[in-house]
Design a protein around this ligand. Structure first.
Ligand code: GUN
Ligand code: FE
Length: 420
């Protein structure tokens, strides 16, 4: 059993911060046993790790990120989605056939997640099996968790990224055999890249993998107008883009995350709600690729779960803290067009990044009893201009202007995670 003392902040509900000034978190077997304003007498003999005046908050979850786009972070943002993929993204992902290159980049990728306080991810790897296995092992060795998808794709892409359906199925079996155990931190996820990248035969095979191995699904949905028009052409029988996934058993038959959903509304939004699909909102990517502004308030009002994603390298920034700021700003732009869409509060953005996103991994993202102790210790003393900031103002300043230098310790499932 471990006991930590610090200024504890988390969001048990979407609109409410729980704040315990100099409170105690009791952790047992990697899970939170309870948070206390004063230490209960029966725990008085257990040594306390005292983090002083620092903040302790749940660790970040990045619900959509492309590991093999690491080298392209911060460049090549002068095209919309479809030409961006062809001109910049696919040429980079081709390099991951080379396991030596993959190892160099994936080590840096894992370190970048760590640095930014992201302890769990839902990530796209590339189409290549060996480099995907490598990425999963590196994350696991680092002590971090998540779901990693070997990408499935076989059309509208360079030859070297185009897989055979039988190879896709065999690769999935290999990953399931190595990683899909009840207690594994890093597990596979079925990852059809998006409808334009997958023939009906491959989509069918993906749906079968989901059923056979009871695996979750991630993909992209309604990100960009040209993409949506192309899907209409490729899947003319579908009512809308989400229906195209649904017809192949890829929408909510198992837990599902769809990235972006910028243009999702009406019947498509209703289908996400009915199927319990989580939306990964990636505001920086939506800016950089000029995709549009996702209607997050509409999703929340409908009860659709939302998490935040960096979408590196469509997004240029790994920081999920900055994603909270951008998500709030996006919602404020919406609000000026439609005052019925109240803009997001800091509590809501924080909740999306922690408890809402974390629900995809089990009991993750809160400090309520039974939750995995995934936590960050924040030393914001450099940001304190005077003594009068409240704890929530200190958190807000860190979220807006803090960075990795202010994160002084990271925990995942109760374990202190050293720099990988
Ligand atoms: N849609 C299909 N592939 C991708 C990708 O790599 N990034 C983004 N942002 N959208 C996609
Ligand atoms: Fe993406």
């Amino acid at each position: 059993m471990q006991i930590y003392r610090a200024n504890i902040i988390f969001t048990p509900e979407s609109r409410r911060f729980e704040v315990l000034p100099h409170g105690y978190i009791v952790v047992s077997d990697g899970k939170v046993e309870g948070v206390y304003r004063a230490l209960p007498p029966h725990l008085a003999d257990i040594p306390v790790t005292d983090w002083g005046d620092r903040l302790v908050i749940p660790a970040m979850n990045d619900m959509h990120v492309h590991a093999p786009q690491y080298r392209n972070q911060g460049i090549a943002m002068d095209e919309e989605l479809l030409p961006w993929l062809q001109n910049y993204t696919f040429p980079e992902e081709l390099k991951y056939a080379d396991i030596t290159y993959a190892e160099q980049m994936y080590r840096r990728f894992v370190r970048s997640l760590w640095r930014h306080g992201t302890m769990r991810v839902v990530a796209f790897a590339s189409v290549h099996l060996e480099s995907t296995q490598l990425l999963m092992r590196l994350l696991d060795q680092a002590g971090m968790g998540g779901r990693v998808g070997k990408v499935n794709m076989n059309r509208n892409c360079p030859q070297g990224l185009c897989e055979r359906v039988e190879d896709a199925v065999a690769a999935c079996e290999t990953l399931v055999a190595e990683f899909e155990r009840k207690d594994s931190r890093v597990r596979p996820i079925v990852t059809p890249r998006f409808i334009p990248s997958c023939t009906p035969e491959l989509l069918q095979a993906c749906g079968e993998m989901v059923r056979r191995y009871q695996l979750p699904v991630q993909s992209h949905l309604s990100e960009n107008h040209d993409e949506i028009a192309l899907v209409k052409e490729l899947e003319p029988e579908s009512r809308h883009y989400a229906d195209a996934y649904d017809r192949y058993g890829l929408l909510g038959q198992m837990p599902t995350i769809m990235a972006h959903c910028v243009w999702t509304d009406g019947d498509e939004l209703e289908m996400l709600r009915q199927r319990g699909v989580m939306v990964a909102h990636c505001p920086t990517s939506n800016f950089n690729l000029a995709s549009g502004l996702a209607p997050v308030r509409r999703f929340l009002d409908a009860g659709i779960p939302v998490g935040l994603g960096s979408d590196v390298s469509g997004g240029h920034d790994f920081s999920i803290f900055r994603m909270m700021v951008y998500a709030i700003q996006v919602s404020k732009m919406h609000y000026q067009r439609d005052k019925s869409c109240a803009f997001l509060s800091l509590a809501e953005a924080f909740w999306m990044a922690t408890k809402s996103a974390g629900s995809f991994f089990g009991k993750v993202g809160s400090f309520e009893p039974g939750y995995d102790f995934d936590a960050l210790v924040i030393d914001d003393s450099e940001l304190l201009i005077d003594e009068t900031y409240t704890l929530l103002q200190r958190l807000e300043r860190f979220v807006c202007i803090g960075d990795d230098r202010h994160i002084v310790a990271r925990y995942c499932q109760g374990r202190l995670i050293p720099e990988p």
